[in-house]
Write a protein that binds this ligand. Structure first.
Ligand code: UDX
Length: 443
């Protein structure tokens, strides 16, 4: 099946490369000339484990193409996916849909024949219907089918998530003349190689599919925030968060996933999608207070942890060197969007601390986002050099491998603030460190 994917960003690239790998012929339409040049020369502009391999395979087998010419792409396609960005609009929680609607207008103007138009971008409820309106009013001479097909890809895990989905959600326009049957047929064929006995294609209405995406992310963000608040209570009461999350996680209705405390969620999805959902819900007259509170707690947590560090250091701040391991919003990504480091480090820097920072993949992006005057280390050991304390903000596996002996050898001080609960306290305490993690009172 020939498909066009509009948007060579995170979702478009991963989805396009994976669909090419399961038998489709995919043309990715990217308007940014620099990004397009990278793609055409086989350079993947994002760090996503496994994407490079799929990318090269698609280019080699000629199942993956890149262009800025939507018309040429549509001529040979029967399905076109809209996979453009829907960032949070400045000054409020609304999702910026200008790129989505621009793509809809472009499709309408350039469509050479009837098309199935599938929205893969995360869009507020009702967007698909507006896309349909744009298409049919602009080109009454053609028949457009529309569908919603939200993605559930985790950065750093996206290929696995795409190739082993626990469900594939398809929203159909049941108000259309064929009740969405054409979309059902085409998308069932396209995704057939991914369907196993354990998962399935789930068909529902357009609005339900659009809301499912937000509901999934908002619920996960709320679950993480619940763990973070439970961690605070554990610290205050002598309980241990690992025991509590194990204790509740054994209930399959709860499960232990997404109950690891951290410095607050970040990334390009949770913050954006929770805000967009809260805004849409308020606009619809049905505010979702659980999510509004989740957003407030999460924003405050990042600041509160920075204040906690300042209180711990006290008036030695101007002579304190802090080694910071981890800048990205989570491990296995180079993405700095809404990373806790972007809130915490400026506060520490402003207070006078000397910061030696390192991240395996986020350094380039971090430099342009963090204040000038930070020391960007060559590697973790370089960051640790003569540091009075160590702050862990991202759970990169290579940090977990650092032994107490190595930490002792490179650090000047003996204080560790592990905000990703990477290590077990005993080994560090025996090595003479003061070790503070989240969700357990320090001995
Ligand atoms: C998320 C959703 O998981 C994915 O399905 C959706 O398509 C996009 O948004 P992603 O943003 O890549 O994926 O990251 P995810 O792994 O979900 O983590 C989100 C945030 O929660 C990160 O900041 C992470 O550090 C934090 N987190 C996650 C925790 O603090 N504790 C956890 O136990 C899990």
């Amino acid at each position: 099946m020939n498909i066009t994917m509009i948007g060579g960003g995170y979702v478009g690239l991963v989805s396009g490369a994976c669909l090419a790998a399961i038998g489709a012929s995919v043309t990715i339409v990217e308007r940014d000339p620099t990004r397009l040049a990278h793609l055409r020369h086989g350079h993947v502009p994002i760090y996503e484990p496994g994407l490079n391999t799929l990318f090269r395979q698609g280019l080699k087998q000629q199942t993956l193409y890149f262009t800025d010419n939507l018309h040429d792409a549509l001529i040979k396609s029967e399905v076109v996916f809209i996979a453009v960005g829907t960032p949070t609009r400045r000054g409020g929680g609304h999702a910026d849909l200008s790129y989505v609607y621009a793509a809809a207008h472009d499709i309408a103007h350039l469509a050479p024949h009837d098309l199935l138009v599938v929205t893969k971008s995360t869009v507020p409820v009702g967007t698909g219907r507006e896309v349909a309106r744009i298409l049919t009013t602009t080109r009454p001479d053609l028949r457009f089918h529309i569908a919603s097909n939200p993605e559930f890809l985790r950065e750093g895990n996206a290929i696995t998530d795409f190739m082993n989905p626990d469900r594939i959600i398809i929203g159909l326009d049941q108000q259309s003349s064929d009740q969405g049957k054409s979309a059902r047929t085409l998308l069932s064929t396209l995704y057939a190689p991914l369907i196993t006995a354990q998962n399935r294609l789930v068909f529902m209405g357009l609005e339900s599919a659009e809301l499912t995406k937000y509901a999934a992310n908002a619920f996960l963000a709320m679950k993480v925030t619940f763990a973070n608040e439970m961690a605070d209570l554990c610290e205050a009461t002598g309980a241990h968060i690992d025991d509590v999350t194990r204790g509740i996680g054994l209930d399959p209705r709860i499960s232990s996933d997404f109950l690891t405390p951290g410095p607050g969620y970040g990334g390009s999805c949770f913050p954006k999608d929770t805000r967009a959902l809260a805004t849409s819900a308020r606009k619809a007259g049905t505010p979702i207070q659980l999510i509004e509170t989740t957003i407030a707690i999460n924003d405050a947590r990042k600041r509160r942890l920075a204040e906690r560090i300042l209180t711990l250091i006290g008036n030695h701040i101007n002579t304190t060197t802090i080694a910071v391991l981890g800048l990205t919003f989570k491990a296995n990504t180079d993405d700095m969007r809404e990373a806790p480091s972007l809130t915490i480090l400026p506060i520490l820097h402003e207070a006078g601390a000397t910061l030696r920072v390192f991240d395996p993949h986020g350094m380039e992006q971090a430099r342009s986002l963090l204040p000038a005057g930070l020391f960007y280390a060559q590697n973790a050991l370089d960051a640790l050099h003569s540091a009075d304390m160590l702050l862990i903000l991202t759970e990169w596996p290579e940090f977990k491998e650092l032994s107490p002996l190595l930490l002792q050898k490179h650090m000047r001080g003996r204080l560790i603030l592990d905000y990703r609960n990477l290590w077990v306290a005993d080994a560090l305490l025996q090595a003479g460190f003061t070790y503070q993690q989240l969700g357990a009172s320090s001995p």
